[in-house]
Design a protein. Structure first.
Length: 91
C-alpha cells in the first residue's frame, strides 16, 4: 500500500530528486516478503533517490545498508541519531 502511494507521487514528478530518511530506531522485525518488496522498490527508483539516511541501533542494520549501497545509485549512510542523519541530508 505504501509503495503504491509512493509510486503515484513519484510518477507525477518529471525529474524527481529524492532524499530519504528511514527511522528504524523502534524497528521490531522484517519479514522476507517485505524485505524483497522494499528492495524491488529501491531498485525501481534508484536513479530518483539522491540520498538515503538510515537511522538504526543494530549492527546488522549498518551492514545491510552497506550491502544495499552496492545496488543503489543514491548515496547511502547509516546513522545512530536522527539529528546526524538530518544534517547529512541537508548538505
Amino acid at each position: 500500500m505504501m509503495n503504491s502511494a509512493l509510486d503515484d507521487a513519484i510518477s507525477s514528478i518529471e525529474e524527481p530528486k529524492i532524499k530519504v530518511l528511514i527511522d528504524a530506531l523502534e524497528f521490531d522485525g522484517w519479514e522476507l516478503r517485505a524485505a524483497w518488496d522494499d528492495l524491488k522498490f529501491g531498485l525501481k527508483y534508484s536513479k530518483e533517490f539522491t540520498k538515503l539516511a538510515f537511522v538504526g541501533n543494530r549492527k546488522w542494520e549498518e551492514y545491510a545498508i552497506k550491502i544495499t549501497d552496492w545496488f543503489m545509485s543514491a548515496e547511502m549512510h547509516y546513522f545512530e541519531t536522527i539529528d546526524e542523519a538530518m544534517e547529512w541530508l541537508k548538505a
